[in-house]
Ligand binder design. Structure first.
Ligand SMILES: *Cc1c(COP(=O)(O)O)cnc(C)c1O
Length: 403
């Protein structure tokens, strides 16, 4: 959780700017706000880091995914290809948009693969919701090729990959629309918050209106604005945006520290028998929030998790059994349990969610163990962690050889 490691004076200063004026609302109130516009500042910082033409801050990464789908024109009855390995918000956003999630295979990039996407396409496929997982990036050339050949809409959920890029282009900007999360667990946090991005002005206008009851935000009188479309309230408050702005300014520093630490770890671990790393289509573009270890098979990964626990090594995620990130634990989703009827209940679905066969995703996530990288680690701490990982993995590998 790099952002939270560097929480301090800068964040407090930004918040106190807002508290001075008492204008917690991001729009209007020009006379009272003393030219303090924190949501705009937050958006400007995100644009600076990503190179996006347009950015719009909202209340969460989840609502940013909803904005990205809506602004890209993805909604009721549309089949949307999604990964089975993601924070579940991506799939929920499709369902609450009225869409039908269609699961496709990921590969060793930890993201949807072009091959997986191609297999899941039906005549009703409208879009692909590509999720850039574990701070890394998907294999963009092959994915863009499938998108183009099948005339699909690409929407990117870069919720956990702010700061990552592929060959110089930020993740989130390859498709029609994209988004990032700034919740408490991401590279930078606003407490709660998300940012929608696009290079398309019409999409930006739609996201801006959609996230605020359709207001077009033209003019200075809130009650007298036009409302070109229907929307809802996904607004971010000035207090959250103030923290988001301060944190986003720290991201270049966080990225540099994360990358340094991850490089040391990978160099120290690259020759450990039985250990490899997730595929990085562009190593230089890694946000390096996670060290993504791959074991030879699920059984070895489970034994390695046990060995880490026995040795008192914390700070890692074994997503395969995690309740929120992998489909095996999404029984409520497979049964489409909801508080009230949803569009998806009424549509024909190309998949029986309870009998999905996604062997490649099972294999990849079964083998994956991710360590959160801390930007405040000392070099000694990094080396010590590498030593402990090595010892644990070597022990598991030796047991396997002689068992
Ligand atoms: C964190 C995350 C979200 C949701 O973000 P919130 O800000 O917690 O709503 C969505 N998608 C992905 C991939 C995430 O990691």
């Amino acid at each position: 959780m790099p952002g939270t490691e560097l929480f301090g004076a800068e964040e407090k200063k930004e918040i106190s700017d807002v508290l001075e004026t008492g204008i917690l609302f991001r729009f209007n109130h020009e006379a009272q706000r003393n030219n303090i516009w924190k949501a705009r500042d937050f958006e400007a910082e995100v644009k600076k880091i990503t190179g996006a033409r347009f950015a719009h801050a909202v209340s969460s990464g989840s609502t940013a995914v909803s904005c990205a789908l809506a602004a890209a024109g993805v909604g009721a009855g549309d089949e949307v290809i999604v990964p089975p390995f993601t924070y579940i918000a991506s799939v929920e956003a499709v369902i609450f948009a009225g869409g039908i999630p269609v699961f496709a295979e990921i590969d060793e990039t930890l993201c949807l693969s072009a091959k997986g996407i191609e297999k899941a396409i039906t005549p009703k496929t409208k879009a692909v919701l590509l999720v850039h997982m574990c701070g890394q990036m998907a294999d963009m050339p092959s994915i863009l090729d499938v998108i183009k050949r099948h005339n699909l809409v690409l929407v990117e959920d870069a919720g956990q990959a702010f700061g990552a890029s592929y060959k110089g282009t930020s993740v989130g900007l390859f498709g029609k629309t994209g988004c990032y999360s700034f919740d408490f667990f991401k590279i930078a946090t606003a407490g709660e918050g998300g940012v929608f991005v696009t290079n398309d002005e019409t999409c930006y206008r739609h996201a801006d209106s959609y996230s605020d009851h359709g207001h077009d935000h033209v003019g200075n009188v809130r009650g007298m604005e036009q409302h070109p479309i229907l929307g809802f309230n996904y607004r971010i408050s000035e207090l959250h945006a103030a923290i988001g702005a301060a944190q986003t300014r720290k991201v270049p520093k966080i990225l540099a520290a994360n990358r340094k630490n991850k490089t040391i770890l990978m160099n120290l671990l690259k020759d450990v028998p039985g250990l490899s790393f997730a595929n990085l289509p562009d190593p230089a573009g890694d946000s390096s929030t996670f060290l993504n270890l791959m074991l030879p098979d699920t059984e070895s990964a489970k034994r390695t998790v046990d060995a880490f626990n026995a040795a008192g090594i914390g700070g890692f995620n074994y997503w395969y059994i995690n309740m929120y990130h992998f489909i095996n634990q999404w029984g409520h989703l497979k049964d489409l349990k909801a508080a009230a009827p949803l569009p998806v209940h009424h549509y024909d679905k190309p998949q029986d969610y309870n009998n999905l066969q996604l062997p490649k995703s099972q294999e990849v996530v079964g083998r994956l163990i991710s360590f959160g990288i801390r930007c405040t680690w000392t070099e000694d701490e990094v080396k010590s962690l590498a030593g402990k990982i090595r010892t644990a993995v070597e022990k598991v590998t030796a047991e396997k050889t002689y068992a």
